[in-house]
Write a protein that binds this ligand. Structure first.
Ligand SMILES: Nc1ncnc2c1ncn2[C@@H]1O[C@H](COP(=O)(O)OP(=O)(O)O)[C@@H](O)[C@H]1O
Ligand SMILES: [Mg+2]
Length: 276
């Protein structure tokens, strides 16, 4: 569809104006990495996501914040095509997550909340397996695995079976797996849960590095300082609803408070930490 517009623009000289206008639409669309429209997810009688409308720009580092049960994981799982919405649509680089699954898979990397790694394989073997699933060649898999194992501080443990890894190490390996094919967009659900402060800072550095390379990242967190440190923009969700959206410093200033944690209190009358 989009290519057709561009094609016409270059071949049909008589209608330059009309087609130039169309091509502007194309450019605008392609700037948005993720477009969520009227998204709802109902589990039996529980509305986990309620009428979510949101766009994330290419190259943006976006944080979804909220207490336990707010709907963060449900939203992320819909965005990456793991579960179906009850209604509404999600587009990734203009491709529909429900209908253009192959295209979307090529574009995204996912680190889900329930760490999904093979316990009887080593860290290195897990990375090799994922690399093969993405159709990467041996050389690329080796280079990329070595780089990611180093970045995640797992180089010394690369050959140990992951069943013996600590929770934090499993989490770091999950992150490495999400990035094995160098995706344009990464969805990271609570990326630093169960990590010691040193690992957490290493992961923050890695995420910032990905952003500096122009990647789009959506992460969820209930660590407000993590969101403040990393995110260009945040969306705060509570009971499945987006209750605030913006640049962290602007949300803080607008609510006349000192940090994002206080923004949540200001908006809900509750402390996000009481609910963890
Ligand atoms: N598979 C499911 N079946 C029924 N309810 C679910 C399911 N997954 C999530 N929920 C409910 O949806 C709400 C949002 O959950 P979730 O997205 O996991 O929140 P968060 O990640 O913000 O902690 C919660 O009330 C949760 O109990
Ligand atoms: Mg969750």
């Amino acid at each position: 569809m989009r290519l057709q517009f561009l094609f016409f623009k270059f071949t049909s000289k008589h209608e330059t104006k009309f087609f130039a206008a169309k091509s502007l639409t194309v450019i605008y669309m392609s700037e948005s990495a993720i477009k969520i429209q009227n998204l709802n997810k109902k589990f039996e009688d529980k509305l986990a996501v309620e009428n979510l409308n949101l766009e994330v720009a290419k190259g943006e580092l976006f944080g979804l914040l909220g207490p336990n049960g707010a709907g963060k994981t449900t939203t992320i799982n819909i965005l990456c095509g793991l579960i179906k919405p009850t209604s509404g649509t999600v587009q990734i680089h203009g491709f529909d997550v429900q209908n253009d699954t192959q295209k979307v898979k090529e574009l995204i990397g996912v680190c889900i909340q329930e760490t999904a790694i093979y316990p009887y394989l080593s860290g290195k073997e897990n990375l090799e397996l994922f690399g093969k699933l993405y159709g990467m060649n041996k050389k690329a898999i080796k280079e990329r695995s070595n780089l990611l194992l180093n970045k995640m501080g797992l180089a010394d443990d690369a050959k140990r079976v992951t069943a013996k890894y600590s929770g934090g190490m499993k989490r770091r390996l999950s992150l490495a797996l999400a990035f094995i094919h160098d995706p344009q967009i990464a969805f990271l659900d609570e990326p630093t849960v169960a990590m010691d402060p040193q690992s957490r800072h290493a992961v923050w550095d890695f995420i910032k590095e990905q952003k500096n390379k122009g990647k789009t990242i959506v992460l969820t967190t209930h660590y407000m300082e993590e969101a403040q440190e990393l995110c260009d923009r945040v969306g705060i969700i509570d009971h499945g609803k987006l209750i605030a959206l913006g640049v962290p410093s602007e949300l803080i200033a607008k609510n006349h408070v000192k940090n994002l944690e206080e923004v949540f209190i200001q908006l809900t009358g509750r402390n996000i930490r009481e609910e963890l």
